[in-house]
Design a protein around this ligand. Structure first.
Ligand code: NAD
Length: 260
């Protein structure tokens, strides 16, 4: 479905980003993956995408919390792939604390990666997409792009910002063969959430699986985690021709979190 398309997925050495990159590759797209981690493990991940799906997969290291580095990363990805058709702005981090206790450096880091990197990546990709009159920008927001939780001021502010930026990007590209949409996951059991489950277990003196059930029960009526692969398939849909008139919108996959 996406044969010969060129896709860049930020923060894709693990979790949701990796699943999205793999689903895009499964559907025929060449991909650039990015993110931190052990070099041997990253190379294994990259090579597995090539061998399993018969596409080209490149890894580019970049710290996307720095604006100039993000723009340069997109240009390097364009060079590696020979263009850019799909940009998935996925990289993100979390920190929890009351507003008055929130460390300033954590606030700055979350806004830089979860929000500003979406701006810089989009700004660098759009000239290429406008020239070819085709593009898909997919921003991984969150249920926290729609509703709030206590202790997550920076994350909720950034994700609400991403929702707004998604709409502006859609308006500025409408009628030019480019769409921009967000995906809003609820709880997905990745490293980002595992740390929150561990913190809950420590706070309540329970085992990890009890804490995982409590975490779900608080927010997610389905009481089941969303899987990274399900989000990958949503990204494939947004990249397809079937979604060409969907722009400035979002797909919510949160087990009912934001329905109540
Ligand atoms: P994760 O921790 O498994 O993956 C994050 C990825 O981003 C990793 O590849 C990491 O190396 C990379 N990364 C971190 N800092 C970076 C930086 N400065 N520059 C470049 N890459 C960097 O997390 P995840 O759960 O897969 O989260 C992916 C996205 O999904 C995030 O935007 C997150 O906010 C969002 N999200 C996650 C959940 C969830 O429940 N896990 C829910 C809603 C939204």
């Amino acid at each position: 479905m996406l044969k010969s398309k060129k896709a860049v997925v930020t923060g894709s050495t693990s979790g949701i980003g990796l699943a999205i990159a793999r689903q895009l590759a499964r559907n025929g797209a060449d991909v650039v993956i990015n993110g931190f981690g052990d070099a041997t493990e990253i190379e294994r991940t990259r090579a597995a995408i090539e061998s399993e799906f018969g596409v080209r997969a490149h890894y580019l290291h970049a710290d996307l919390s720095k604006g100039e580095d993000t723009r340069q990363f997109i240009e390097e990805a364009v060079k590696a792939l020979g263009g850019i058709d799909i940009l998935v702005n996925n990289a993100g981090i979390q920190h929890t604390a009351l507003i008055e206790d929130f460390p300033i450096d954590r606030w700055d880091a979350i806004i830089a990666l979860n929000l500003s990197a979406v701006f810089h990546g989009t700004a660098a990709a759009l000239p290429h997409m406008k020239k070819q009159r085709w593009g898909r920008i997919i921003n991984i927001a969150s249920a926290h792009g729609q509703v709030a939780s206590e202790l997550k001021s920076a994350y909720v502010a950034a994700k609400h910002g991403v929702m707004g930026l998604t709409k502006v990007t859609a308006l500025e590209t409408a009628g030019q063969g480019i769409t921009c949409n967000a995906i809003c996951p609820g709880w997905v059991r990745t490293a980002l959430v595992e740390r929150q489950i561990e913190a809950l277990a420590a706070k309540n003196g329970t085992d990890i699986e009890t804490a995982a059930r409590e975490l779900l029960a608080e927010k997610q009526p389905s009481l089941e985690f969303v899987t990274p692969d399900q989000l990958g398939q949503a990204a494939v849909f947004l990249s397809s021709d079937a979604a060409s008139q969907m722009t400035g919108a979002h797909i919510t996959m949160d087990g009912g979190w934001t329905a109540r």
